[in-house]
Design a protein around this ligand. Structure first.
Ligand SMILES: Nc1nc2c(c(=O)[nH]1)N[C@H]1C(S)=C(S)[C@@H](COP(=O)(O)OP(=O)(O)OC[C@H]3O[C@@H](n4cnc5c(=O)[nH]c(N)nc54)[C@H](O)[C@@H]3O)O[C@H]1N2
Ligand SMILES: Nc1nc2c(c(=O)[nH]1)N[C@H]1C(S)=C(S)[C@@H](COP(=O)(O)OP(=O)(O)OC[C@H]3O[C@@H](n4cnc5c(=O)[nH]c(N)nc54)[C@H](O)[C@@H]3O)O[C@H]1N2
Ligand SMILES: [Mo]
Length: 766
């Protein structure tokens, strides 16, 4: 049993009733607890107050936009933003002594929570071939080893992964380096996140990003929030939804779980509201079955279509359809023959719920659909997202104030990294710009995305793996397969702030390159530098760290790429040394190579940053037809076999992806334990089990049985036949052979599993 991949110790599970209200005083109390735990109190408060100042740093939490000119999470208070900062600004350090004391094998038995809590990695480290412990190495030695290795292999044997915290400047340099080195093997966390969005939206509206601004949310008549848990993952979004409600808007929430943050919100900015019951956010909660959102959307369209036939021009915006869209006749034909009863049955909702929500949609002039991972990580995700656009298009709800599509991004600069060219595909325009600007021939062949990288690694086709941030082992699907892949590499390198499992499941030799975080002062030869990030709504803003990190031997991400470029590519005409000295020069290069960044250095210094161009916002659709495109995908309801459950995976309130802040999922009332299975009480009873019963789970895809052992059952409000587990503990069950059609995103939110009570003797002693 691979205990070093997901340690299987059970602790003392406590199940309490879920909270009925999000944020408010408990949120304030909990975040101050985190600050006190990690930082000296005085410094903690100083850091938080600096966030609010002009020229502060971009919150390393989520990608939700700041209200113009201010800085989250303090200007707009956010519990989980504060936790993200406290996690990075911890005063605990791990260096030579720590790694001399603890072997890699021993650390493998620590939980993710324990690994993360160890502190900031304070110096570069090397694991020699065959060694049991990481040992200190100089920066010069580390770069020498990497350059030697890269020069000795073929470019397509190297993989350069990116997580979404990397700044625009570092991301631009990193893709430039990879491409000049000769590969498009640039997988990123986006491949597991909003890849289905990028794919679907580019096809149907001509831009793989959202179309709304923060102001639009405030003005919407109706927000449909699907497959998203903003109370935990984008807490500041609740303030925007609160404004929308105060302006008379309504909200429909579509989720298999009744997430606390969706239902009711008490804004900690407004203490007078905290003593009351807060703001009721959701007007209508639709507890849809896992991955039946497409059926629900189709049902809404069918109801509206049928009424439109009786009363033309009343339900659909025919002028908009004529002027701005293409493909309506095919959509109409599909809806004419759609079986409404079947759609409703698939969703698990009642006819009344579906009719009532369709009524709300009809009665609302300006509609925004917000969504996140609940929609993107399924086999049919691309189709579901196109269906969202069908609904918005028939109502003329793209490119007008208070309306549009709002994919809510994850990592704070994941959208910017893609804008900078981090992608396994190289756009011809960027290839041309790189050719002109730097005088080299970029590779044209498509590279590996995340799933393809895992397969190539497992098959022994990858010799060098580098992670610019992130935790490739734990974040990716099929943990055991990814582990085999990482172990087959000759060299694995991680640019990281904190220790994680990807450092422990490594290639023949491994390097950890510790880097500055967002919160820290970045001093280079020309003086203090800043970087920039793009938020979920396409606003680019500067980010300048304020904390001193000079008690550690760190480099910035930009400096690391420059030094690697200089040493690996001696013939390169990229001015690596100058770029490292002065990031303004990197921004000048971005301005020359990436559309929308003209005058970058000037515009990024504006207090509220600047908006990137957005076609759909102005009803310009850069698609094959020049119009927004209706689509007619086949419905693919989930048909489970006897004894199967459909598993979705979610984040707890106390984690940032694979970084576990704590063991309390406060809003859901689950404490001390993460190895849990949220299951309908009747399903628990049918298994002959009860709360706390220990079970094993099995999934079977591409002929392989995958096991997740030693989980505890939690009876919970979730549709029958569906279960929810926490990510990353559940990732051992997620296959790589079946992925989202079109986007190749892992199906982390709809994995068919079977559940078995664990025999007593096996879980004894756990
Ligand atoms: N504090 C904190 N903030 C974060 C993160 C974090 O880990 N911690 N992660 C960041 C990142 S990278 C991302 S991508 C975002 C993620 O933000 P979310 O997408 O909100 O994250 P998940 O926890 O994956 O939640 C998905 C939601 O979808 C629901 N869901 C699951 N399956 C389905 C389904 O089939 N249909 C529907 N309609 N709903 C479903 C779940 O119940 C849950 O409410 O958050 C970002 N912000
Ligand atoms: N089953 C399942 N799997 C999923 C998901 C899911 O919902 N379910 N969600 C997917 C999604 S949406 C995403 S985005 C991925 C996340 O995948 P990743 O982005 O790869 O994972 P993270 O956990 O965010 O990475 C955390 C690590 O990043 C490093 N780090 C933190 N800050 C910095 C920094 O400023 N610079 C550098 N260089 N390193 C830093 C730290 O060492 C930390 O350990 O996981 C995906 N996996
Ligand atoms: Mo994400």
């Amino acid at each position: 049993m691979p205990s070093e991949l997901t340690p299987e110790r059970l602790t003392d599970l406590k199940i309490k009733p879920p909270s009925s209200i999000a944020a408010g005083l408990p949120a304030l109390r909990y975040s101050l607890k985190h600050v006190n735990e990690y930082m000296h109190v005085g410094e903690g408060l100083e850091t938080l107050s600096k966030l609010n100042q002009k020229g502060g740093f971009d919150c390393p939490g989520c990608a939700w936009p700041d209200p113009d000119g201010s800085r989250a999470p303090m200007a707009e208070y956010c519990e989980n933003g504060v936790k993200a900062i406290a996690e990075e600004a911890t005063k605990r350090r791990i260096g030579a002594d720590f790694f001399a004391e603890h072997s890699v094998e021993e650390l493998g038995r620590w939980t993710d929570y324990e690994l993360g809590k160890s502190g900031r990695i304070a110096q570069p480290l090397h694991l020699r071939p065959g060694a049991t412990h990481y040992a200190p190495v100089t920066w010069a030695e580390a770069f020498g080893m990497m350059a030697d290795h890269l020069q000795a292999i073929q470019p397509d044997e190297a993989v350069f992964y990116t997580s979404g915290r990397t700044s625009n400047e570092a991301a631009f340099l990193y893709q430039l380096f990879a491409r000049q080195y000769g590969t498009n093997n640039l997988p990123d966390c986006s491949n597991m996140c909003h890849e289905s969005t990028s794919h679907a939206l580019a096809e149907v509206i001509g831009l793989g990003k959202g179309s709304v601004t923060l102001e639009d949310i405030h003005q919407a008549d109706l927000v449909i929030c699907m497959g998203q848990n903003p109370g935990t993952n984008h807490p500041r979004m609740l303030s925007a939804l609160e404004k929308m409600k105060e302006n008379g808007g309504r909200m429909i929430s579509v989720n298999p779980l009744p997430e606390t943050g969706l239902i009711r919100f008490s804004n900690p900015q407004r203490p007078w509201k905290m003593v009351t019951r807060g703001t009721e956010l959701t007007d209508l909660f639709l507890q849809v079955k896992v991955n039946e959102d497409q059926s629900l959307l189709r049902a809404w369209l069918k109801i509206l279509y049928d009424r439109e036939q009786q009363d033309p021009g009343t339900y659909f915006d025919q002028d908009f359809i004529r002027e701005y869209t293409s493909g309506y006749p095919a959509l109409a034909e599909m809806l004419r023959t759609t079986d409404l009863d079947e759609c409703i049955a698939n969703t698990g909702l009642s006819r009344d719920e579906v009719e009532e929500s369709a009524g709300l949609i009809h009665g609302s002039g300006r509609i925004i659909i917000c969504y996140a991972m609940g929609l993107t990580q399924h086999e049919n995700s691309v189709d579901t997202i196109k269906e969202l656009i069908n609904l918005l298009l028939v109502k003329g709800n793209i490119g007008r104030p208070g309306a549009g599509i709002c994919p809510v991004r994850g990592h704070s600069n994941v959208q910017g990294d893609r804008t900078m060219g981090i992608w396994d595909k190289l756009k011809p325009e960027l290839a041309e710009a790189l050719r002109t600007h730097y005088h080299f021939e970029p590779p044209t062949e498509e590279g590996y995305d995340t799933v393809r990288a895992i397969h190539a690694m497992e098959e022994g086709r990858v010799s060098f793996f580098m992670g610019m941030g992130g935790n490739f082992l734990s974040a990716t699907p099929d943990t055991e397969r990814t582990a085999r892949g990482l172990r087959r590499c000759a060299m694995t390198v991680h640019v990281s702030t904190k220790l994680n499992r990807s450092h422990l499941v490594h290639g023949r030799e491994a390097l950890i390159l510790p880097c500055l975080g967002r919160t820290e002062v970045d001093l280079q030869a020309s003086g203090e530098q800043f970087v920039s990030c793009e938020n979920s709504m396409g606003v680019v803003q500067m980010s300048k760290g304020v904390l001193e990190a000079d008690d550690m031997n760190l480099m910035s991400e930009c400096a690391i790429v420059c030094e690697l470029g200089r040493l690996t590519l001696p013939e390169s005409q990229v001015p690596w040394v100058a770029y490292r000295k002065d990031y303004d020069l990197i921004r000048d290069a971005i301005a020359a190579c990436i559309p929308g960044f003209e005058d970058y250095n000037k515009k990024v210094r504006q207090p509220a940053g600047f908006y990137l161009p957005n076609g759909p916002r102005e009803r310009r659709f850069d698609t094959a037809t020049g119009k927004a495109q209706f689509s007619t995908s086949a419905l693919t309801p989930n048909r489970l076999e006897e004894g199967e459950f459909l598993m979705t995976t979610v984040r707890s309130h106390d984690q940032y992806n694979t970084t576990i802040y704590g063991l309390h999922d406060r809003y859901r009332g689950i404490h001390n334990e993460r190895r849990v299975v949220l299951m309908h009480p009747d399903d628990v009873a049918q298994l002959g089990a009860s709360a706390g019963s220990v079970v094993d789970l099995k999934s079977r895809y591409d002929g392989v049985d995958r096991w997740a052992r030693t989980f505890q059952l939690v009876p919970y409000s979730i549709p029958r036949g569906c279960v929810a587990l926490y990510f990353p503990e559940a990732n051992v069950l997620v296959p790589t052979g079946v992925t989202a059609r079109g986007s190749n995103c892992p199906i982390s939110k709809s994995v068919r599993v079977r559940i078995f009570p664990t025999p007593e003797q096996e879980n004894g002693g756990q």
